[in-house]
Design a protein around this ligand. Structure first.
Ligand SMILES: Nc1nc2c(ncn2[C@@H]2O[C@H](COP(=O)(O)OP(=O)(O)OP(=O)(O)O)[C@@H](O)[C@H]2O)c(=O)[nH]1
Ligand SMILES: [Mg+2]
Ligand SMILES: [Zn+2]
Length: 408
């Protein structure tokens, strides 16, 4: 920052009172922490690139990211004033003070959310809530569907979220654009129902594997619901469903269903009894249709699939939590093309493939990655057909992705 600019912002800072300064420095500390984490990852990447290629560009980038550590908290505070303006800090403190005049606080569950606020279900009613200033400063991932929250009604009858309770589980993914930002798809979920179809759209085993890993990593039980079984001829059915056998073998529940013919709906309902569930999967597999089949009252919007390609049309555009009678809570989510795994260390990935476990002890190297090492018991089991080729290929693909992304 130029000296003259710095002086100007320092003068602005001196106009703030104690409470405003406290908020400013809190914002500055958050920014500094995020920048340091980011710079550390970028440094690691450029250093690696530099030692591989020895190019000047990566060296310059490395030096640039090293400078982040030289910035003091005062530098960051000035940056906040420069970017957010003095008024945003003054206003935030004012609204924080206003909120002290609220009536007693209530608790509820977040049923939908956007950047400005969220809808909360409380005692059977839906309340539109704004995020309190302490929350709105945080990343969007700080509030997610399924979160248990406390909110208060201010004097002017606005509902404001005061606190998000600690989550017992979460399904996360990296933001598709800003990969170092976590997006929590759903919080406090018991079961993630991975809705797939064999035809229209075609099965995507690699996507199923990613969902399983993300669910298990977040403390959620995965379950597969293979929908649209009415599209298969009886003679081919057993053959075509064989592709899901490896999942059954590792103890994942697989439910066969047809939302349009009402097949498997009872079994699915029983599985979800007393739980909070999230329906995930590729677009057009029938997530919203299954939700409607379980509870016609919900009447979620259902789309069509493309006539020629059999691909879905992204009918559901934002996630929503529905309370179904009989104590079932379901989050319907929009179908997605790709699902990245949040904050996964490449070395840890192998532990998420349960079928490797019984062989891994016999690998020659204790830290065997089951890829290139000699005398790998997992690869031997693969050759004997004891481990599914499809699952092993998924493992290699995800591993490749994780190694290609220096941020994680
Ligand atoms: N044949 C058949 N078609 C189904 C079945 N379930 C759903 N469909 C059809 O598949 C299409 C897509 O269904 P949706 O319920 O909108 O799929 P979705 O997974 O919610 O899709 P997105 O919201 O885009 O992610 C619709 O035309 C449904 O009628 C089924 O069991 N059998
Ligand atoms: Mg849908
Ligand atoms: Zn091995």
């Amino acid at each position: 920052m130029k000296k003259s600019k710095r002086k100007y912002f320092e003068q602005q800072l001196s106009k703030l009172n104690e409470a405003q300064k406290r908020l400013l420095y809190k914002r500055a500390a958050n920014l500094r922490k995020a920048a340091q984490v980011n710079a550390r990852k970028k440094r690691r990447h450029t250093r690696k690139e530099f030692s591989a290629k020895g190019d000047h560009e990566n060296m310059v980038m490395f030096q640039k990211y090293s400078k982040v550590d030289d910035l003091t908290i005062d530098d960051w505070a000035l940056k906040v004033i420069e970017e957010d303006g003095l008024n945003s800090i003054i206003e935030s403190v004012e609204s924080q003070t206003q909120q002290l005049n609220y009536s007693d606080s209530k608790s509820g569950i977040v049923v939908s959310a956007n950047a400005k606020g969220c809808r909360v279900q409380c005692d059977g009613e839906i309340v539109d809530c704004l995020l309190g200033p302490n929350l709105s400063m945080m990343q969007k991932s700080e509030i997610a569907i399924g979160d248990k929250v406390d909110f208060a009604i201010t004097k002017d009858s606005t509902a404001v979220i005061q606190r998000v309770h600690e989550r017992k589980s979460k399904l996360s993914r990296p933001d598709p654009i800003r990969k170092n930002v976590e997006r929590v798809v759903a919080a406090n979920v018991d079961v993630a129902v991975i809705v797939a179809s064999i035809r229209r759209p075609l099965l995507k085993p690699a996507l199923i594997d990613r969902y399983i890993i993300a669910a298990q990593k977040g403390g959620i039980t995965p379950c597969i619901c293979v929908n649209k079984i009415d599209l298969m001829q009886d003679d081919d059915k057993a053959n075509e469903l064989e592709v899901l056998a490896p999942y059954r073998e590792i103890g994942i529940k697989v439910i066969e269903s047809s939302a349009s013919k009402g097949i498997g709906i009872k079994e699915l309902t029983n599985e979800l009894q007393g739980k909070l569930c999230v329906f995930v999967g590729h677009s057009g597999t029938g997530k919203s249709s299954l939700l409607n089949a379980i509870s016609p009252d919900v009447d979620a919007k259902v789309g069509t699939v493309h006539g020629a390609t059999g691909l879905g049309r992204h009918t559901t555009t934002s996630s929503r939590l529905y309370e179904i009678e009989k104590d079932i809570w379901i989050i319907d989510t929009p179908g997605i093309r790709e699902f990245g795994i949040w904050a996964m260390d490449a070395d840890d990935l192998k532990w998420y493939f349960d079928e490797f476990a019984e062989y891994a002890d016999s690998c020659h190297y204790t830290n065997c990655s089951h890829t290139h090492e000699p005398n790998c018991a997992v690869k031997q089991a693969l050759e004997r057909g004891e481990i599914s080729q499809l699952r092993y290929r998924s493992y290699l693909r995800i591993l490749e992705d994780l190694n290609a992304k220096p941020e994680y």
